[in-house]
Design a protein around this ligand. Structure first.
Ligand SMILES: C[S@@+](CC[C@H](N)C(=O)[O-])C[C@H]1O[C@@H](n2cnc3c(N)ncnc32)[C@H](O)[C@@H]1O
Length: 281
C-alpha cells in the first residue's frame, strides 16, 4: 500500500462551498463515522447500499483494468471492489482529505493499490490512464465543470466514467433541504435561547452541496467531452425525512436491491442518480 501526495496544486479557496464542510472531511473522527454509516439500518445505509447496487450493475459489465476512484473518502467502495472482483482491477484512489486517505489505507491494508492525496479539479495523473473512473458522492462539493473535464482527460477512449449526484428535484431532497434542515437549525437556535448546551442542541452544519438535475448534469458531462450513455436513479423512496426512518423499519425487510433503482417513471422518487458516460477522445 502506497500513499502519495499529488504534486498538482489548485487554489482550494477558489473552489465552491467555503471551508465548513471541507474541515469536516478533514476530521479523522468524521472519516471513521462516515465509513461506519455504510453499516446499520438508517437512511444513510439505505442510500449507500442502493448506490452500490447501481454501480456494480455497471461494473459487472466491465472485464477489469485500471480503476480510479475520485473523492474516494474512507475507501468503502474500493474495499467492495476488492472483495467482489478480486484481482480484476488495478485500483488507484484519490481524495483531497489526508484523513480520508488514512482511513482508506486502514480499510484496504491487505491490498495492492495506490492511494493519493490530491484534488479532483487537477488530478495528479497522466492523460488516458484509466479504463474505469468513478466519482461518487463528491461532485456536489466541487467545481462540476472542472472535475468533469479532468475525468474526461484521465479516462481511456471507450473507457467508462460513473458520477453520482443528489437529485435536487426529488420530494425527498426538496423536503430535506427546504423544510427539515431549516427546521432543525431553527430548533437549535431556540434551544440556544433557552440555555441548552451547544453539544445538546439540534442543528445541521452547512453542507456545501451544489446539486444539479439529471438534465443539467448530462449537458455538463457532454460539454466536458464525455458521452452519457445511461442515467440510473437510485435510493427510491416515497417518504421524506425524518419519517423515512420509521417507514424504513418495515419496508426494508421486503425490499430487493434491484427495486431500489430505476431508469423508468419512478425516477422522481430517486434521492440521487448515477450518470454513466464513455470517454470519447
Ligand atoms: C461525501 S464523501 C464521499 C466519499 C466516497 N466517494 C463515498 O461515496 O463513500 C466526499 C469526499 O469527496 C472528497 N472531496 C471533496 N472535494 C474534493 C475535491 N475537490 N477533490 C478531491 N476530493 C474531494 C472529500 O474529502 C470526501 O472524502
Amino acid at each position: 500500500m502506497k500513499i502519495h501526495y499529488g504534486d498538482r496544486d489548485t487554489d482550494l479557496d477558489g473552489l465552491p462551498g467555503g471551508e465548513d464542510f471541507r474541515a469536516r472531511f478533514d476530521d479523522p473522527l468524521f472519516a471513521a463515522a462516515y465509513a461506519a454509516s455504510y453499516q446499520g439500518a438508517g437512511p444513510a445505509e439505505r442510500y449507500f447500499s442502493s448506490r452500490l447496487h447501481a454501480v456494480f450493475e455497471v461494473l459487472d459489465r466491465c472485464s477489469g483494468g485500471d480503476l480510479l476512484d475520485v473523492g474516494c473518502g474512507p475507501g468503502v467502495f474500493v474495499r467492495r471492489v476488492l472483495d467482489a472482483r478480486p484481482g480484476d482491477f488495478r485500483i488507484t484512489a484519490v481524495d483531497r482529505s489526508p484523513a480520508m486517505i488514512v482511513e482508506a489505507a486502514g480499510s484496504a491494508a491487505d491490498a495492492e493499490m495506490e492511494l493519493v492525496v490530491g484534488v479532483a479539479e487537477a488530478l495528479p495523473f497522466p492523460d488516458a490512464g484509466f479504463d474505469v473512473v468513478v466519482a461518487m458522492g463528491m461532485l456536489e462539493y466541487c467545481d462540476h465543470a472542472a472535475v468533469l473535464r479532468e475525468l474526461d482527460r484521465v479516462v481511456r477512449p471507450g473507457g467508462i466514467v460513473l458520477v453520482s449526484m443528489l437529485n435536487p428535484l426529488s420530494p425527498y431532497r426538496l423536503f430535506e433541504w427546504g423544510v427539515y434542515w431549516p427546521f432543525l437549525r431553527l430548533l437549535g437556535r431556540v434551544e440556544g435561547l433557552l440555555g441548552r448546551s451547544p453539544e445538546r442542541r439540534h442543528g445541521v452544519p452547512k453542507s456545501g452541496i451544489r446539486a444539479l438535475s439529471a438534465g443539467r448534469l448530462c449537458r455538463q458531462v457532454r460539454a466536458a467531452g464525455l458521452s452519457p450513455v445511461d442515467v440510473v436513479h437510485y435510493d427510491l423512496t416515497p417518504s421524506v425525512p425524518p419519517f423515512d426512518r420509521l417507514l424504513g423499519k418495515w419496508t426494508r425487510r421486503r425490499e430487493r436491491p434491484a427495486d431500489t433503482v430505476t431508469r423508468g417513471f419512478r425516477r422522481w422518487m430517486g434521492t440521487a442518480y448515477l450518470v454513466v458516460a464513455t470517454g470519447s477522445r
